[in-house]
Design a protein around this ligand. Structure first.
Ligand code: UD1
Ligand code: CA
Length: 428
């Protein structure tokens, strides 16, 4: 969309999180809260995103040059925070969305509805409101003849105002050329000694400029994370959304309550997820896979028709038609080529298992390149570590490694070699 930018307010101290790290970096479904918001904003094709932060630490790397970090040194309130971003918007005449950095569940659809309402009514400032049963802590919406007149914060509210259930969600849309001049007119709140962005409403109203509201349809979207129990709730709601999206796209999840799937996981059609499956980080699962029960996969790519059960896979690639488990640990850049199989108390690290190679029983394969159609017996160990460094092993195509063989690396086993059970392979 043209002529839209955003300012995200995230300089608050987040004291209630009782954490050493900035609040916006706490994760929801494996993604920092702030990135959840930025992901939604990016759907607008924004001109610019200004992120107002309170510490340099919160300015973590972002690959997008449209994101400008702005440091707010003193926490003098939400209006003051927005004003810090003024230099990024010199002469900008588009619409500026302003969001709190601690509302990770907000969606593009809602922000877009707010923007549409704002534009179609020619409003100067529009904001998102919600009707909630427990409005305590939020700014209350005061209306006159149906139109929003002002916002009163909890601290300044009398008993009558405290009963109002329509609240300010903390998401605004303002015409760029009005925003900063209006904020400069705001006076310090005498009780909290802060400049409130919410005071902009009354100022604009008195000038005869138009304010509008858009009521959010799903109150979950405006959940503000101030404490860890709210973070847990945000995670739970995000899980429901992720599950729903996957199921709608043709994935079967047998038990949603015991299945944890992070934000960046992609799963192909007709894959079935059994209970107690945990998928962390960037995981790609192909079509027609059967995964679980009791599987943990982190940062890995899995092909089609793969079966994984009771196993852990980390930072690895598993190609089509592979069988993993039970009780296998596949880790650190391991590649299992098409049609290979691993199971029953196996550990494979930094290794490649060639097409149709099999290692099914109680073995350790580390720093090893295994060719095609190799068979490992039970209890094969590559002794890859000499106390100082890891050494490599190569196993040629079609070899057969007998049970209880120890291969002392560095070692090379030629093609079609048959190694009897109990051998110690050692370079002479
Ligand atoms: C604010 C609104 C309130 C609304 C609520 C919705 C004001 C005065 N009140 O209250 O009407 O119902 O959000 O959640 O705006 N921040 C800064 N710098 C500051 C102060 C705050 O960057 O100096 C950031 C915070 O990190 C946070 C956001 O602004 O992301 C909102 O601040 P917070 O103190 O949480 O405001 P609320 O009391 O929740
Ligand atoms: Ca808040």
């Amino acid at each position: 969309m043209v002529n839209v930018s955003a300012i995200i307010l995230a300089a608050g101290l987040g004291t209630r999180m009782k954490s050493k790290k900035p609040k916006i970096l706490h994760q929801v479904a494996g993604k920092p809260m702030i990135n959840c918001i930025i992901d939604q904003l990016k759907k607008f094709k924004l001109d610019k995103i200004a992120l107002v932060v309170g510490t340099k630490e919160a300015m973590h790397n972002h690959d997008d040059s449209r994101i400008k970090f702005v440091l707010q040194k003193e926490k003098s309130g939400t209006a003051h925070a927005v004003l810090q971003a003024e230099k990024e918007f010199n002469g900008y005449k588009g619409d500026i969305l302003i969001l709190n950095g601690d509302v990770p569940l907000i969606t593009y659809e809602t922000l877009n509805n707010l923007l549409k309402e704002h534009r179609s009514t020619f409003a100067v400032l529009s904001l998102l409101t919600a009707k909630v049963p427990g409005p305590t802590g939020y700014g209350r919406i005061i209306r006159r003849q149906g139109e929003i007149f002002k916002i009163v914060e909890e601290l300044d509210a009398d008993d009558y105002i405290k009963k109002i259930k329509e609240i300010n969600a903390g998401t605004y849309c303002c015409k760029g050329d009005y925003l900063f001049p209006t904020l400069k007119k705001i006076k310090k709140n005498p009780l909290k000694k802060e400049y409130y962005i919410t005071d902009a409403i009354e100022i604009l109203n008195k000038q005869g400029a138009k304010d509008r509201t858009y009521t959010v349809k799903d109150n979950n979207e405006i959940l503000g994370v101030n404490r860890r129990h709210e973070l847990a709730r945000a995670n739970m709601i995000m899980q429901k959304r992720i599950h729903r999206k996957l199921m709608d796209s043709g994935v079967t999840i047998l038990d949603i309550d015991s299945t944890y799937i992070e934000y960046d996981v992609k799963i192909g059609q007709d894959t079935i997820i059994y209970p107690f499956t945990f998928l962390y980080g960037k995981v790609k699962l192909g079509e027609n896979c059967v995964v679980g029960p009791f599987v943990q996969i982190t940062e890995s790519q899995i092909g089609n028709n793969v079966r994984i059960f009771q196993s852990t896979v980390t930072g690895s690639r598993i190609k089509d038609d592979v069988h993993v488990g039970p009780y296998a640990h596949i880790r650190d850049n391991t590649i299992l080529e098409k049609g290979s199989g691993v199971g029953n108390f196996m550990e494979i690290a930094r290794s490649t298992l060639g097409k149709k190679s099999r290692a099914f029983h109680l073995s350790y394969i580390g720093d090893t390149k295994v060719g095609q159609d190799v068979n490992f017996g039970a209890g094969v160990v590559t002794a890859n570590f000499d106390g100082k460094k890891k050494n490599k092993t190569t196993v040629g195509d079609g070899s057969y490694i007998g049970s209880s063989t120890t291969i002392i690396a560095p070692a090379t086993i030629p093609k079609k070699k048959k190694i009897p059970a109990g051998t110690i392979v050692k370079k002479k």
